[in-house]
Design a protein around this ligand. Structure first.
Ligand code: PMV
Length: 361
C-alpha cells in the first residue's frame, strides 16, 4: 500500500454528532527504531511487544459545526483542560487532514487518561496517539460504513505513525513489526503489521516489569535523538544491524529460545544507548541506578539461572522481561534488590497484551 491508498473516497454519511472511545496500549521494542526520514519514515525496521497494563483511554465526542475553515477541539486530560497538549494535537491534525478530510467539519471534545501514574517517565505518546487515531478512524468508519477491517487497522496505524513513530505499533498485539524488511512479507514503512511468523507460546505471555528509575522529563527528546542519527558515524551499520537482528529473531521466536532472545534484546538496548552516547552532540539517558539494575539483573541471572533480562527505551527506566514461569522468582528479586534503585520504590508490572480495544459507553 502507498500513502495514496489512505486518501478516502467521498463519504456516504455525515452524522450530526456522536461519541467513540478506545483504549490503546503502550509497547516496548525488542529491535529498536532510532533514526528517521520525513515524514516519520523509519531508518530501520523494528519490532515490539504490545503491552497490556500501560494504556491510554481516549473518548472523542464530535458535533457538526457550521463553518469548516479550521480545526476546533477541546482537550481534557484526566478530567481537566490541558492547554499545553493542544499544539501537538493541532500539528497532528494538520498532518493527517488530507487523509481524514472530515476533521474541519466537526467540533471535537477529546477526553484522555492514562492507566500509568502521571509523569512516571513512561512515554504516553505511543498509547496516546494510537488511542486518538483509533477514535478518529472509528468516526471515519461511520462516514464510510463499507470500510474493511484490514483497511481500518492499517490506516489507524498509518495515522498513529504520523503522530508519533512508535505509536504505529500500539494498535494490535502481541508482537508488531514496523518498517520495510525484505524477508518480512507485507512489511511497510507506513504502518505496523502483526508479526507474520510463528511465535512460541512462551513469548505470548511474557512479562515486563518497568522499573521507574527516573520520573522527570528527559534531557533530550526522542525527536532530537532521531535527528542526531543524520551524519552519525555508525548510522549505516546500525540500520543494517537492526534488519539483521529481525532475521536472527525469527528462529528465536519460533523455537522459544530464551538464551538467544536475551542476548539479542539486551544487545539492542545497549546499542540504542551507544548510538546516543556516540552522537554529536553526545548525550546519555541512563542514570547510575539504570546501570546498578542492569548489573544486578546480570548477576542474578548468572547465579540463579532465572531467565530475566532487560531492555531500555529512550530514557533511564529499565524494562525487565521474563517468561511467565519465572514470575514468582522475578517479582521476589524486584522486591529484594531492585526497588531500592527506583524513584520512590516505584515500578509497574505489565505483560504482553492483545492490542487496542473499543470501549462501549
Ligand atoms: O516513537 P518515538 O519517536 O518516541 O521513538 C521511540 C524510540 C524508541 O523507544 C527508543 C525505540 C522504539 O522502537 O520504540
Amino acid at each position: 500500500m502507498t500513502e495514496k491508498d489512505f486518501l478516502p473516497n467521498p463519504y456516504q454519511n455525515f452524522p450530526n454528532k456522536g461519541k467513540v472511545s478506545w483504549k490503546a496500549p503502550s509497547n516496548i521494542a525488542l529491535v529498536k527504531y532510532w533514526g528517521k526520514r520525513p515524514v516519520q519514515i523509519p531508518a530501520n525496521p523494528s519490532i515490539s511487544f504490545t503491552l497490556d497494563t500501560c494504556a491510554t483511554t481516549t473518548s472523542v465526542s464530535f458535533e457538526k459545526k457550521n463553518e469548516s475553515d479550521g480545526f476546533s477541539f477541546d482537550l481534557l486530560f484526566e478530567g481537566r483542560p490541558k492547554e499545553d497538549f493542544k499544539p501537538k494535537i493541532s500539528t497532528f491534525f494538520e498532518r493527517i487532514e488530507a487523509y481524514l478530510p472530515f476533521l474541519k467539519d466537526y467540533h471535537f471534545k477529546i477526553e484522555t487518561s492514562n492507566s500509568f501514574p502521571h509523569s512516571s517517565g513512561i512515554a504516553s505518546s505511543a498509547s496516546g496517539m494510537a488511542a486518538l487515531s483509533l477514535c478518529l478512524m472509528d468516526i471515519e468508519r461511520q462516514l464510510s460504513p463499507q470500510m474493511e477491517d484490514s483497511y481500518f487497522t492499517n490506516k489507524t496505524s498509518f495515522l498513529a505513525r504520523l503522530g508519533s513513530g512508535s505509536a504505529c505499533r500500539s494498535i494490535k498485539g502481541s508482537l508488531v513489526e514496523w518498517g520495510k524488511h525484505q524477508h518480512i512479507p507485507d512489511s511497510s514503512d507506513l504502518y505496523g503489521i502483526e508479526y507474520p511468523f510463528e511465535v512460541e507460546k512462551v513469548f505470548q505471555t511474557y512479562h515486563d516489569t518497568i522499573l521507574l528509575v527516573h520520573k522527570g522529563k528527559k534531557e533530550v527528546s526522542s525527536t532530537v535523538g532521531h535527528q542526531l542519527m543524520h551524519g552519525h558515524p555508525y548510522a549505516e551499520s546500525r540500520f543494517l544491524q537492526a534488519g539483521q537482528n529481525l532475521d536472527h529473531l525469527k528462529p528465536i521466536l519460533a523455537s522459544g529460545d530464551l538464551e538467544g532472545f536475551i542476548k539479542l534484546v539486551e544487545s539492542e538496548a545497549l546499542t540504542l544507548h551507544a548510538m546516543m552516547m556516540s552522537s554529536m552532540p553526545y548525550f546519555m539517558l541512563m542514570k547510575p541506578d539504570t546501570l546498578e539494575i542492569i548489573n544486578k539483573i546480570w548477576a542474578y541471572r548468572q547465579e540463579t539461572k532465572v531467565p530475566v533480562c532487560f531492555t531500555l527505551d529512550a530514557g533511564a527506566n529499565v524494562h525487565m522481561l521474563y517468561p511467565d514461569s519465572a514470575k514468582d522468582h522475578a517479582l521476589q528479586f524486584v522486591q529484594d534488590e531492585l526497588t531500592a534503585h527506583c524513584e520512590n520504590g516505584q515500578y509497574i508490572n505489565d505483560q504482553v497484551g492483545k492490542g487496542a480495544i473499543k470501549i462501549n459507553d
